[in-house]
Design a protein around this ligand. Sequence first.
Ligand SMILES: Nc1nc2c(ncn2[C@@H]2O[C@H](COP(=O)(O)OP(=O)(O)O)[C@@H](O)[C@H]2O)c(=O)[nH]1
Ligand SMILES: [Mg+2]
Ligand SMILES: [Zn+2]
Length: 296
Amino acid sequence: MTLWVEDELVDCMICEAPNPAEAILCGKCSAPMALVHDTAEENREPRIISVVGESNVGKTVYLGFLLDMLSRCAKDFEAVPKGPYSIDLQQNVVSYMSNRMFPPKTPMEPNQWYWAYYKTRRKRRKSKWVDLVMPDMAGEALAAEVATPQTFTVIRNLLNKSAGTLMLVDAGLAANGASRPDFFALKMLSYIDAMHSNNGEQRLRKPIGVVLCKSDFCPESFDDPQRFVEANLNRLWNLCQSRFANVRFFACSAVGSLAYATSGGAGSDRDYVQPIPLHTALHGIMEPFEWIIDQI
Ligand SMILES: Nc1nc2c(ncn2[C@@H]2O[C@H](COP(=O)(O)OP(=O)(O)O)[C@@H](O)[C@H]2O)c(=O)[nH]1
Ligand SMILES: [Mg+2]
Ligand SMILES: [Zn+2]
C-alpha cells in the first residue's frame, strides 16, 4: 500500500500563487513567504510598505542603508530580518559603498529582484509590527507596468496590498531642470490613483511619502522639500494636491562628496564618466520611514 501525503499549499501574499508550505520564496514572484507565515502565526493582517521609483533614482542605495539603520536599532526601532535575501541587499550596499563604489544595477527579471522583508516596530512603545516588504525592483519593470498595466502583475498586487508607499524621485535631475523625474512620478501616482479609484471624488487617503533622492546635488531641498517639489516637480505637486490627501515630502542623500572618474578607454567608452562616492554620509534616510510607519 502506498500512502500519499498531500503537500500543504500556502498562497503567496503578493501574487497569490500557491506554494509548498516549506517554500522560502514564492515560486512565481520570489516574494518572501515568511510574510504569510509570520502574519498568520501572529494572527494579524500584513501591513506592507512598498518602495518605488524610476530606474537609477537610488532605490537600492536607499533601501540598503535604511535596512542597515533599522537593523542597528536606529531611533529605537527594533527590526527582525526575514530570510537571507533581506540581509544580502543591505550587506551588498554597505560593502560596495565602503569600497567607494555604488552597488551594481538591479536586474529586470522579477525572480532576480531582491525582496527584502523586515518586521519592524518601535521598541519602547511596543507598537504594532509593520511589514517592511521591499522588492528592490528594476525601475524598467515598474515603468513597463505603469505604461501598460498588467505587464508585471506582481507590481500591481504589491502596490494594491501596501498600506503605504514611498516614492523616490531624482532631485538632482529635477533641480537641473529635467522634466523626466516629474513625468515619471506623475505617471506613477496616477497609476496608484486609478488603481484605487473611488468614483473620482474623494482624495486617496493611503499615505505616500515622496523622497527626493540625491539631495546632495541640491542642498536647498533639505531646507524645504515641499517647496522644492512645488518649484521643480510642479506636475507631481499639482496631482498630489488634487488627488492625494496624505502626502509628505522628504529630502535624502547617502553620500557626502562625490568624485568623478573617466574610464580612459578607447572608442565609445572613452568619455564615460563614473561617479565615485568618496564617503558615505546619510541624511534623511530614516525620516520618510518614520513618518509612514506612523500613518499606517
Ligand atoms: N549624488 C548621489 N548619487 C546617488 C545617491 N544614491 C544613488 N546615487 C547614484 O544613483 C545611481 C543609482 O542608484 P541605485 O540605488 O542603484 O538606483 P536604482 O536603480 O533606483 O536602484 C548610483 O549608481 C549613483 O550614481 C545619493 O545619495 N547621492
Ligand atoms: Mg536598484
Ligand atoms: Zn508570489
